[in-house]
Design a protein around this ligand. Structure first.
Ligand code: CP3
Length: 376
């Protein structure tokens, strides 16, 4: 049995009037009171009438309506078409009744908008025309112009208009995960090249980390200003790093990205996979909420974090296909583990697999809401 946490909440002040002053007057935190939704209340460590749930990769190939609307349209084109991106973002909210939308985009969009040659190859992932491997390559990287982010701002604005009081979560790839794709030139299992570059050419790594940190910060700021009520920084591949390398070569860059948006006051979730050894360092990077992957029980994550941290996670995506009884039992244990946190946002421990039966996700949302609903 995990115990209800009694440690003082190590929560930064969030959603204060002073911070919200940095948001435009039409922001949904001001006009649609998304700050009172179960999702934002929970992300900011307050109680809510039920535990909120969203799923990483809830928008995408597990949904027939997504496959239909995307037919014949390349992935990155659909991200840059504001109407289409908004519609795809809304699809899982309508279908599953999740407590938040996650903006339909991709971590490579900022580099694409800066002018880097990149595409998403179906079934493979992001592939660059030319990998970025030398200091010269990095010095030649184009800067992301603010106006290039207009399609993102438009898509977010269209989305939040239709979401009403349901919050939109914006996101960006963390500098390491983005840089790992740039150095490898494509997906990789072990991320050997970026991990070699850190030590072989620290000057080049530092320059690339800075480029990725400011580009991700711009991408997040554009989404927040256009209406996102929370953000998640995805460091999906940080788990390939040892703690010493993470602290020396990665954490400072993630900290720059997270600090650049702190003044908006919206909760910042920091998530990676295989990060059991890195959780305290990821928190120190400046996150408000830690996303935990499926490998570590939430109570153990909380212990490593020192207590009092709002957690997100961590249903194993494999259980989505294991039959309802096994999934319900596993979900019960995740909910019980979540009691170790001052507040718990339910999510998967990584993204929805494309083969998932969408009716299972809908049933799971209902189940989580019912199991956690407080008597009024
Ligand atoms: O619902 C959501 O989570 C919102 C949209 C979203 C996508 N990518 C859409 C997408 C988000 C948040 C991402 C982030 C992203 N992209 C990450 C971090 C999260 C993670 O999964 O760890 C990473 C590492 C990427 C890079 C990327 N983009 C990969 C590895 C792939 C998969 C390649 C493949 O085809 O299997 C993509 C493509 C991608 N991004 C798809 C979607 C819906 C599939 C493309 C398609 O539908 O044709």
């Amino acid at each position: 049995m995990s115990q209800t946490n009694t440690a003082p909440l190590r929560q930064r002040a969030l959603l204060t009037d002073e911070q919200l002053a940095h948001l435009p007057t039409h922001h949904p935190l001001k006009t649609a009171h998304t700050g009172e939704s179960a999702m934002i209340r929970t992300l900011t460590g307050r109680s809510a009438d039920h535990s909120p749930v969203w799923f990483m990769r809830q928008a995408g190939r597990s949904l027939p309506e997504y496959r239909q609307i995307r037919e014949g349209i390349p992935m990155l084109d659909s991200c840059l078409n504001p109407e289409l991106a908004a519609e795809i973002t809304l699809q899982p909210v309508r279908r599953h009744g999740v407590d938040a939308a996650i903006f339909f985009s991709d971590i490579v969009i900022p580099m694409k908008l800066a002018g880097v040659g990149v595409d998403i190859v179906p079934g493979r992932g992001p592939v660059l025309d030319a990998p970025v491997r030398t200091l010269e390559d990095i010095k030649n990287l184009p800067e992301l112009e603010d106006s290039a982010l207009d399609p993102i701002r438009q898509a977010v604005a269209l989305t939040v208009e239709q979401l009403g009081s349901t919050p939109l979560i914006g996101f960006a790839g963390a500098p390491f995960t983005v840089a790992a794709y740039m150095v490898e030139g494509g997906p990789s299992r072990d991320h050997l090249r970026p991990r070699t570059m850190m030590h072989a050419n620290p000057e080049a790594w530092e320059a690339l980390g800075q480029w990725a940190a400011r580009t991700s910060a711009q991408f997040l700021a554009a989404q927040i200003e256009a209406g996102a009520s929370a953000v998640q920084l995805f460091d999906s591949w940080a788990g390939s790093l040892g703690q010493a390398d993470y602290r020396r070569f990665v954490q400072p860059h993630s900290a720059v990205t997270l600090a650049a948006i702190e003044h908006y006051g919206v909760p910042r979730i920091h998530f990676g996979t295989g990060t059991a050894e890195l959780l305290p360092a990821m928190l120190e990077a400046g996150a408000d909420v830690i996303g935990v992957d499926y490998r570590l029980p939430l109570s153990e994550a909380q212990r490593r974090l020192g207590g009092g941290i709002v957690l997100q996670g961590n249903i194993d995506p494999a259980l989505l296909a294991s039959g309802w009884d096994a999934l319900a039992a596993h979900t019960d244990s995740v909910l019980e583990e979540g009691r170790c946190a001052p507040a718990h946002v339910v999510n998967l421990g990584h993204g929805v697999p494309p083969t998932t039966d969408p009716t299972v996700l809908t049933r799971l949302v209902e189940y989580i809401h019912t199991q956690t609903r407080k008597a009024s």
